[in-house]
Design a protein around this ligand. Structure first.
Ligand code: Z57
Length: 827
């Protein structure tokens, strides 16, 4: 019996492989216009994508038909960022045809890995927030939830990074210069949106006052659909990204009046809206173009949602709140709230209260940070200029909020009104997008337990007093399909054998592994896989940087955007301490370590760029110093991005999660690294706290001040000089940065870091956590010397982090916020 079914499965796989092969060749001929004898890897890759798309599009049509027939309630995820990375192997894995494709290509004389490398990353995001959106839409499809992702079809994704003499150089990322095989243009769903102009007050025949917005400019939004394939299921959802173009009708006018040059200029200006992704992470851009980007995609998306709704329900709005829920990924799309009000009140002529009731049924808001520099505020004057009708609507939302909520609760308390007003008073009036998001949403969530607590206690305490049930937590998660199965195939195969092959959709199954954590056979297999992954990465390091590293060394990895609060410079101080100990004691005994960094700095963030420069200069010195005898290597990997993360994470022994407690909302790289068997060196911040709970205190190296201790220290008056003067090693290291030791002939080139930590007041308490950090690193060193002990801890990490699948995050959102039902897709 068993034999026959295995044989049948093998036959099915054979036919699937044969069909794929045929389809690839067919597309090589008819889509790529080339043939097997002269096709480049690029052409083979595109032909394979086209072959895969035959299945993707089948699933897409089935899904869209089923959702339409069943008139399902759907989630609409609004995000300025989606960090998709590459789609090729993800689509193959999720369709369940990766092995067939690998076989088919092998029979054609091709290595699937070579073709995977042909794809440009789709880097339409900065960091955690954008990658979270990508994991979420994949989980939504996997769990069969009706959902659409909405965003911007940026012509240029996040800049490409290189180093020149250690300094970051940015170059544009024209990721789709030669076309993107995964996207479908939908001219039939084009939208037109308005900006600028003025508002006229008119009275209709009944004497009713009405507001009429006379726009200054019309812009066309062209939708591009990216199919999102669910794992092992039949659902294929859509990521719909809007590209801006000059409106035909507008251009035509100008053109007719003889203004050809003007028309061309208008073209450029309209197309600028979707030209570039803003490269700042956790800082407010505050630029006119950015506001227009936000409004452009929100307006296009709302009109798209309404068009689809009207196809079923005509002008009957009574079901809208039941059919539509919109998740705002941070405040970036918050202008959707006044835009929906405008559509309902001005266009659908609905009474304000009815329109507001709909808004409050539809919007939910996720907060991703407490950092004040990341909380969006728009100068009121700018808002008025770009969106003259929307600012009036915001005034009215605010007037009612202050009157009906704040005044009712705290009568006569003007301080409360000032603090809670959506409009910030002061030298320059500002629109507070966080306040607007809370007032306009029915749910507000933070992204890890501690962060959600702080959102309530520190950011919006009065809002909690007004609406205690509005606030909730959904701890972030990551998709195990990309972040284990696809990126770490060796470990995935071992897990299939040890716990069964359903762990990708049921990650808690990994727990079975914990029973064998002490089993020498499993330990050997597990660590042999890590070793092979490290050897692969070592080859990649050599290729990218010319630096040679020993795969037997401990690989210590810090990968994330460069920011002071993430404290890459604390990591650097540890490296300098070890280097100095080696110079002082040639026999200094330490486990050889390779310190790996990956990080982009926002182009305008001076100190972040100085930190990159310092790490590169220190790396250069240490890597060439014979006295070090390879005990330390330092590698700053250029152009960190999703596809590079996929190579680094499976090879990590140690995961650096060292933000100042209270500053990192959650972190998601921490989850990916632990899942792949890395041991966390981390503070009690964000999701680290929940990771520590899951893996247990013995399998993580926690250090540093807690959130409460950080608060107490700030309040008692933190003085970083105390730590400088009381710790001779720390003092020596910081003084070292001022010499020309790492920059021969150019003293002071690395002094900016020391300055920020002393004169600058050390805002992120680097010096306060230094000693405790070094102690945690010493502990890691000791653990690593005992191979069995280390293997056990690494296995326990993989075994224990099932909670952090993005499937669990999505189920939490469904239960606590979205109230969706899964919809099985008929083939
Ligand atoms: C961003 O990537 C995050 C927060 C922001 O406010 C902006 Br803007 C960009 C990150 C947080 O820093 C991470 O801690 C968190 O894990 C991630 O968002 C996803 O929630």
């Amino acid at each position: 019996m068993k034999k026959t079914s295995t044989a049948k499965a093998a036959n099915a796989a054979n036919t699937a492989t044969e069909q794929l092969k045929e389809s690839i060749i067919k597309h090589l001929h008819s889509t790529l216009g080339t043939d097997v004898n002269k096709a480049s890897h690029q052409a083979w890759w595109r032909a394979t994508c086209a072959a895969v798309n035959e299945q993707v599009f089948d699933g897409l049509r089935n899904t869209q038909r089923t959702h339409y027939e069943q008139d399902t309630r759907a989630l609409h995820y609004f995000s300025l960022e989606y960090l998709m990375g590459r789609m090729f192997s993800n689509n193959l894995h999720n369709l369940g045809i990766y092995q067939n494709a690998k076989q088919a290509l092998a029979e054609l004389g091709l290595d699937i890995a070579d073709l995977e490398q042909q794809e440009e990353d789709m880097a339409l995001g900065n960091g955690g927030l954008g990658r979270l959106a990508a994991c979420f839409i994949e989980s939504l499809a996997t769990l069969n939830y009706p959902a659409v992702g909405y965003g911007i079809h940026y012509e240029n994704g996040l800049f490409q990074q290189s180093f020149q003499d250690g300094r970051q150089i940015e170059r544009p990322d024209s990721w789709r210069e030669y076309g993107n095989p995964w996207e479908i243009c939908r001219p039939e769903s084009v939208q037109e949106i308005a900006v600028y102009g003025y508002v006229e007050t008119v009275f209709d025949l009944q004497g009713q006052m009405k507001k009429v917005w006379h726009p200054g400019r019309i812009i066309k939004g062209v939708p591009w659909d990216i199919p999102i394939v669910g794992y092992d299921g039949s659902a294929v959802n859509v990521l719909r990204l809007w590209e801006s173009r000059a409106s035909d009708f507008f251009n035509w006018d100008v053109f007719n009046s003889g203004g050809y040059i003007d028309a061309a200029r208008e073209n450029v200006e309209a197309e600028n809206i979707s030209k570039v992704l803003y490269p700042n992470d956790e800082t407010d851009a505050g630029k006119e173009l950015r506001l227009i980007q936000q409004y452009f995609f929100c307006s296009c998306s709302l009109k798209d949602i309404i068009r689809r709704y009207k196809r079923r329900h005509g002008d009957d709005w009574s079901h809208f709140g039941k059919q539509v829920v919109i998740q705002l990924n941070d405040t970036h799309p918050a202008v959707a709230i006044p835009e929906l009000m405008r559509i309902l009140v001005d266009r659908a002529e609905m009474a304000w209260d009815d329109a507001w009731a709909i808004c409050q049924q539809v919007f939910a808001y996720t907060n991703h940070t407490l950092l004040p520099e990341a909380l969006e505020k728009w100068p009121l004057r700018l808002f008025e200029k770009v969106l003259p009708r929307h600012i009036e609507i915001i005034y009215e939302i605010n007037r009612r909020f202050l009157l009906e909520q704040v005044e009712m609760r705290w009568p006569g308390d003007d301080a409360k009104k000032r603090k809670l007003s959506i409009i910030e008073e002061g030298h320059e009036q500002m629109v507070r997008m966080g306040h607007l998001s809370v007032v306009g949403s029915f749910k507000v969530n933070g992204v890890a337990e501690i962060h959600s607590k702080l959102v309530k206690s520190d950011l919006f305490p009065e809002m909690v007093a007004l609406w205690p049930d509005k606030f909730t937590n959904v701890t972030n998660g990551v998709t195990p399909r990309r972040w284990l199965k696809a990126c770490n195939p060796r470990l995935a195969t071992l897990l299939d054998a040890k716990v069964g092959d359903d762990w990708p959709t049921d990650l808690k199954k990994l727990h079975k592994l914990a029973d064998f954590a002490k089993d020498p056979a499993l330990q050997d297999n597990f660590m042999a896989i890590k070793q092979q992954n490290k050897a692969d990465l070592a080859r990649e390091i050599k290729k990218l940087t010319r630096i040679e590293v020993d795969p037997a060394a401990l690989f210590d990895v810090q990968i994330k955007r460069l920011h002071e609060y993430k404290r890459q410079h604390l990591n650097l101080l540890h490296i300098l301490a070890l280097y100095r100990r080696i110079l002082q004691n040639p026999d200094y005994d330490m486990v050889p370590r390779v310190f790996l960094f990956g990080a982009k700095a926002a182009p305008g963030y001076k100190l972040a760029k100085e930190i990159i420069y310092a790490i590169n200069k220190v790396a250069d010195k240490i890597n060439h110093d014979k006295r070090v005898k390879n005990r330390i290597k330092v590698v700053f990997m250029p152009n960190y991005r999703v596809s590079l993360a996929e190579k680094m994470i499976p090879a990590a022994d140690v995961s650096e999660q060292i933000s100042t407690a209270g500053k990192e909302a959650s972190g998601t790289g921490n989850m990916k690294l632990a899942l792949n068997g890395a041991i966390t060196v981390g503070t009690l911040d964000g999701a680290n706290i929940e990771i520590a709970e899951e893996v247990g205190a013995d399998s993580i190296a926690i250090f540093g001040l807690t959130v409460d201790e950080v608060k107490a220290l700030y309040e008692s008056g933190y003085n970083s000089y105390d730590y400088y003067h009381n710790n001779p090693e720390l003092k020596a290291i910081l003084d070292w940065l001022e010499t020309d030791y790492f920059t021969p002939g150019k003293p002071g080139e690395l002094a900016a870091i020391k300055r920020s930590l002393l004169q600058g007041g050390d805002p992120y308490l680097v010096l306060a956590d230094f000693e405790s950090y070094l102690a945690a690193q010493q502990k890691v060193d000791t653990w690593y010397r005992d191979k069995a002990l280390w293997a056990e801890k690494a296995i326990l990490n993989t075994a224990s982090v099932g909670k952090f699948t993005s499937d669990r995050s999505i189920e939490d959102y469904v239960e606590r916020v979205w109230q969706l039902k899964p919809c099985q897709i008929k083939k």
